[in-house]
Each structure stands twice: as structure tokens, then as C-alpha cells.
Design a protein around this ligand. Structure first.
Ligand SMILES: [Zn+2]
Length: 388
């Protein structure tokens, strides 16, 4: 990135919590983000949303998206079937891109039960590939909103009725949609509640909203070196996304956790244009407090670092003891399960069954649901009999 003239926007604005709107204070859960940028995230005292505070202003982010953002984060690559990524100009780029957008469209169809003839609007549709593929496969009428001028032009060339601008500028006049979809956009918005309220007004009665966002309970990579990013103003969980949708006047039909988080919602019949006031009663699980989240993010971070170290250096007694200590802390269940399983497999593959057993036993004693502890116990017993 040396020699590239970009300047990340400064974080100068202390917002009220974007989900509950109650408070501007919380528990600090991170101070850095990708590319070693200063990105401070807190967990809200009232709804446990993890969000940036302070954060760059709307104007500063708009200028950044128009200039340095793409340069800094790099061209969007698409995963290849055989592993690795295809970047623009690579021979298999188009195939990889289509495969990825076909899955995205198929996810949306399956979640929202999209039908032929439906009017589908995508917020942040980029070059319109997901919409084009949905139109080919299903025969939907495709509309888009995209602030990137070049991307929007590509969408128009593909026959999408694409508005160039932001969701705040868009006005569909009398048009109402059967489905509005938005993938990995909500976490970039300064006021996601206002955006969802606007979208609700554009849906037909019984219309469906499909949202996909990263899940802060299933981060990827190290939090401060990868997952937290300056452009992600909010880091949703299933709980906080649900509260936001309820406040914007939707009924949540279902949520789905596939690493990233999906929600399908429909406008409430009693439509009003003001947000539903926040109340702790809206929270699906009162246990998920700021401390609850902060504790688990901390465990996640330690486990990720230990996993990398253990796989690199092998099971030293010091590292194994640190791991056993960490597994006594509360963590995100899917992450702990996958980490412990991966470590155990690795040590078995490297003829260190005692280290594998040690990890499984330590995990079985952790503060996890009974069925999870039992499965770790089962793994330990199995390893014991193999080692014997
Ligand atoms: Zn909050």
C-alpha cells in the first residue's frame, strides 16, 4: 500500500447507540481495526450492540468511499472453488464472481420465498450481478440503489433499474416492492434505524426484507487486525439486529446464522413512521449484556492467538496451560467448538495424542452448555482409548 495517497477519515463524532438510541457510553471492546487503524468499538450498556465510538462523520465517510476506501481495502476478490481468491483480471474471475453471486441470490430466494414476477429492490446492489442472476433464474423485476457511479453504470448496462445515490436520496414514488434485500450494507450506515424505516415504507403489505450482515458473535480472524474495520460503524449480533428491526416496525420472520447473519422481516400492519421506543423487553435474551459480549470477545481473541501459536510451534506445556486457563472463560460456543476440534485434529495428525486429550479435557470442564461439555468429554474418552 506504500505510495498510495489515501487518508482514512478521523473519528470525530460520538454517536448515541445506533440500535437503542439510549446512551453514548459503553464498555470498550477494541481500540484498533484492520490496517492497524485507530478504530474504537464499545459494547452498549443498554442493548449490548458493539459499535464504533467515536466514529467518522457521514460526510467524512462519503469522501472516503469516493476516494481512498477501495484503494485501502483492495479490489473485491471472489473465492475460487479450489481455494484462494480470484481478483479482477485473473482468468477465472468471472466464473468465481458468478458462482458467488448465484449463491447470494439463491440464499435470498430461499429465505424470502421469492416468486416469478416479484419486484425486487437491492440496496447497495453494486454491479447488479446478484439481481441479474435472480432475474434469469426466477423472472423477477430488478431494481437497485447504488452510490458508486461506475458500479451503478454496470448495473444499468445489465438492465437493472438502478438509482445512483444513497438510500437517503432514493425515492421510488408510487412503486412498492415484494422484496427488498441488502447484503453487507447495514453495518456501514450511520443511521441504520432510519434506513430500515425508509425501506419499510417501500414494501408492499406482506413484503419481505432480507438483510445480511457480519456477525460479531462469529468474527473472522483477529478482532483488531481483521474483523473490526473503520468502515463498519456497527457490529451486529442476532440479538441487536432483531431489536433494530423491531424498533423500525418489522416483525422478524426468521434469522439465520451461517457465519454471517441473515434476517428476514415483514412490515408490521400498524405502520407508523416513528421508531418503536427502546425497552429492555425488546431484547431476546437479557443475559446478553455489555459484559457478556466483552467477555466472549476477549476469549475469542485469546483463543485465536493461541491457536495460531500452537499450530506454529507445537504443544509446549506453557501454551497448553494457557489454553486450559482460557477454556475456563465463557466464549462463543461455535468458535470454541471449532477451535478445540481443529487443535485436537492437528495434534492427532502430528502424533501428539496426549496434547489432543489435554485440550479436549480442558474444554469439557469449561463454562459451556451441558451438551457441548459432554461432546468434549466424549472426544477425550475416544482419544484416551486410541492412545491406550
Ligand atoms: Zn444500545
Amino acid at each position: 500500500m506504500r505510495g498510495v495517497a489515501y487518508s482514512p477519515p478521523e473519528a470525530t463524532e460520538i454517536p448515541l447507540c445506533p440500535v437503542c438510541g439510549v446512551s453514548s457510553t459503553g464498555l470498550e471492546v477494541g481500540t484498533r481495526g484492520r490496517f492497524d487503524m485507530s478504530v474504537r468499538n464499545i459494547a452498549c450498556d443498554h442493548c449490548a450492540l458493539v459499535y464504533q465510538s467515536p466514529r467518522p462523520t457521514r460526510e467524512a465517510m462519503a469522501a472516503y468511499y469516493a476516494s481512498g476506501y477501495r484503494e485501502q481495502y483492495g479490489d473485491v476478490g471472489y473465492p475460487l472453488a479450489g481455494g484462494g481468491y480470484a481478483r479482477p483480471g485473473d482468468p477465472h474471475f468471472d466464473t468465481a464472481m458468478d458462482a458467488w453471486h448465484r449463491v447470494q441470490g439463491e440464499n435470498a430466494r430461499a429465505l424470502a420465498e421469492t416468486k416469478a414476477g416479484d419486484l425486487v429492490l437491492e440496496i447497495g446492489c453494486r454491479h447488479g450481478r446478484t439481481l441479474s442472476l435472480m432475474r434469469e433464474a426466477l423472472g423477477v423485476d430488478a431494481y437497485g440503489v447504488e452510490p458508486g457511479v461506475e458500479e451503478a453504470e454496470k448495473a444499468r448496462e445489465a438492465g437493472i433499474a438502478c438509482f445512483v445515490g444513497t438510500i437517503e436520496d432514493y425515492d421510488p414514488a408510487e412503486l412498492r416492492f415484494d422484496q427488498i434485500q441488502s447484503f453487507h450494507v447495514l453495518e456501514h450506515l450511520h443511521d441504520p434505524l432510519a434506513a430500515l424505516l425508509r425501506m419499510r415504507g417501500w414494501l408492499k403489505p406482506g413484503g419481505r426484507l432480507v438483510i445480511e450482515v457480519p456477525n460479531v458473535y462469529q468474527p473472522y480472524g483477529l478482532l483488531e487486525e481483521n474483523f473490526f474495520q473503520n468502515a463498519h460503524l456497527t457490529n451486529f449480533s442476532e440479538s441487536t439486529l432483531r431489536v433494530l428491526l423491531l424498533r423500525a416496525g418489522y416483525s422478524v420472520l426468521r434469522t439465520l446464522d451461517r457465519g454471517s447473519l441473515f434476517a428476514v422481516a415483514t412490515p408490521d400492519a400498524h405502520v407508523s413512521n416513528v421508531p418503536v421506543p427502546f425497552s429492555p423487553k425488546l431484547l431476546p435474551d437479557a443475559n446478553e449484556s455489555a459484559i457478556w459480549v466483552a467477555d466472549r470477545l476477549k476469549t475469542y481473541e485469546i483463543l485465536e492467538r493461541l491457536r495460531v501459536l500452537l499450530l506454529a510451534t507445537g504443544p509446549t506445556m506453557e501454551l497448553l496451560n494457557e489454553l486450559a486457563g482460557t477454556l475456563k472463560r465463557p466464549g462463543f460456543v461455535p468458535h470454541t467448538v471449532s477451535t478445540v476440534t481443529q487443535m485436537a485434529d492437528y495434534f492427532i495428525g502430528h502424533e501428539a495424542p496426549r496434547a489432543a486429550m489435554f485440550v479436549a479435557v480442558a474444554a469439557s470442564l469449561g463454562p459451556y452448555p451441558a451438551d457441548v461439555c459432554a461432546s468434549f468429554q466424549g472426544l477425550a474418552l475416544q482419544l484416551q482409548s486410541t492412545a491406550a
